[in-house]
Design a protein around this ligand. Structure first.
Ligand SMILES: Cc1ncc(COP(=O)(O)O)c(C=O)c1O
Length: 393
């Protein structure tokens, strides 16, 4: 399916001002998302916050349906929270780890997740083990299978890491987890909105994601998926009067659905924006989105390869729409700043954000350029030209 690029760009006000290749940081929101947020704030100002919530309750409830459709889940399996980290933490800290319990993870694991493993390991005596990669630098499901024993308490990996184009075989990991009945937590933060996501095909039990990246939703939105079969046995690490009901001086009862992981107060304007972002992506089609975003990243990589002194760091046979590179003799932060001065948005990924991978591959801080389907071929060429100029300065 070909996308109507003119329409998509007309619906993206930010493209008038910048070449935005920071979609792995925060994408440009499309007009319907912006309108949903602004409209609800206007309504709150006009009639009151609680009253606006009541008036828009059907649409607010509909956000659960939108997110559930986006990932092939049921609405009862979705908790809406403020960001991917909180979603992930709520899931991870719900497990009771004991000394010797094994947590199997990926080399390209995101820092926030790994820091949480370290805290839990130090507190409980659980051990963290990293699944080896194959020759392409992709997590090796055969190696994972060989690591399984009765002490593996959790398989927890990042699907698409923060620092480059690697796509880990999330569904193959899910097959191993399912075959052995081991809970599987998937960090899909950089995947949602970039590639099709289907929790049944992935075989994950828990999935965390953010709104603002490839999904093009507002900042400080995110969600957690919890497979229904796990819900009853998973007590959130912290609860309030929304996730649970106070039933007596000595008792409370948790909600039955995934909203037991939520708390009472929410930003309904941005939540509505998140729902519209999910609907918007589905209306375009995630296959078409992936095909175009990946193709633009391929074009960017091909152009960057021509720049003397530039090294590309993306791993795997089919890298995604996150392009990571560095230029010999230039600080990546300086490249980011110079490009920003010339109207190109991208970001850098520090070594500490994926420390194991950075150490294993001796990575410098890398520049992270992440095109999305609404970027034009011309923008990619212009950005690559500017990188080449900076490399020569
Ligand atoms: C792989 C990955 N996981 C988790 C996160 C955290 O997302 P958030 O900032 O929404 O908490 C990020 C953010 O860059 C990420 O790249």
């Amino acid at each position: 399916m070909t996308l109507d690029l003119d329409r998509l760009r007309a619906e993206t006000p930010g493209v008038a001002n910048r070449i935005h290749l920071n979609n792995a940081g925060a994408a440009l929101m499309p007009a319907p998302v912006i309108a949903a947020i602004k409209d609800h704030i206007d309504l709150e100002a006009a009639i009151g916050g609680y009253e606006a919530e009541a008036q828009e309750s059907a649409r607010i409830e509909g956000v659960y349906d939108s997110i559930a459709r986006l990932i092939g889940a049921d609405r009862e399996e979705i908790a809406l929270v403020e960001n991917a980290t909180l979603a992930w933490d709520l899931a991870f800290y719900a497990f009771d780890f004991a000394p010797g319990d094994r947590i199997l993870t990926a080399r390209a694991e995101y820092a926030a997740n790994y820091i949480a493993y370290l805290q839990v390991a130090q507190r409980t005596g659980a051990v963290i083990e990293v699944v080896p990669d194959d020759a392409d630098g992709v997590l090796d499901p055969v190696a994972l299978e060989a690591m399984i024993d009765g002490r593996v308490k959790l398989i927890s990996i990042t699907w698409i890491p923060t620092n480059g184009g690697l796509v880990n075989p999330a569904a193959e990991v899910g097959r191993v987890a399912r075959a052995h009945g081991i809970p599987y937590l998937l960090d899909a933060c950089q995947a949602v909105g970039q590639v099709p996501v289907d929790v049944a095909a992935l075989g994950c039990d828990l999935l965390s994601a953010t709104g603002r990246k490839f999904l093009r939703g507002p900042r400080a939105t995110g969600f957690l998926y919890v497979r229904r079969a796990l819900l009853a046995g998973l007590e959130p690490p912290m609860i309030d009067l929304f996730g649970a009901t106070w039933t007596g001086p000595e008792s409370y009862v948790l909600r039955k659905d995934a909203r037991r992981f939520e708390t009472w107060e929410n930003n309904y304007a941005t939540r509505l924006g998140l729902g519209v972002a999910a609907d918007y992506a589905m209306a375009i089609g995630l296959e078409a989105i992936q095909a175009r975003a990946f193709a633009l990243a391929d074009a960017l990589r091909a152009a960057l390869l021509e720049v003397p002194g530039l090294t590309l760091y993306d791993l795997g046979p089919r890298p995604c729409a996150i392009v990571s590179f560095a230029i010999a003799g230039l600080e990546s932060a300086a490249i980011e700043a110079r490009l920003r001065d010339r109207g190109v948005n991208l970001s850098t990924s520090s070594r500490a954000s994926t420390l194991l991978d950075a150490t294993a591959r001796s990575l410098p801080p890398v520049v992270r350029a992440a095109p999305h389907y609404y970027n034009s071929e011309d923008e990619i060429a212009q950005a690559a030209d500017l990188v080449a100029k900076i490399a020569h300065e």
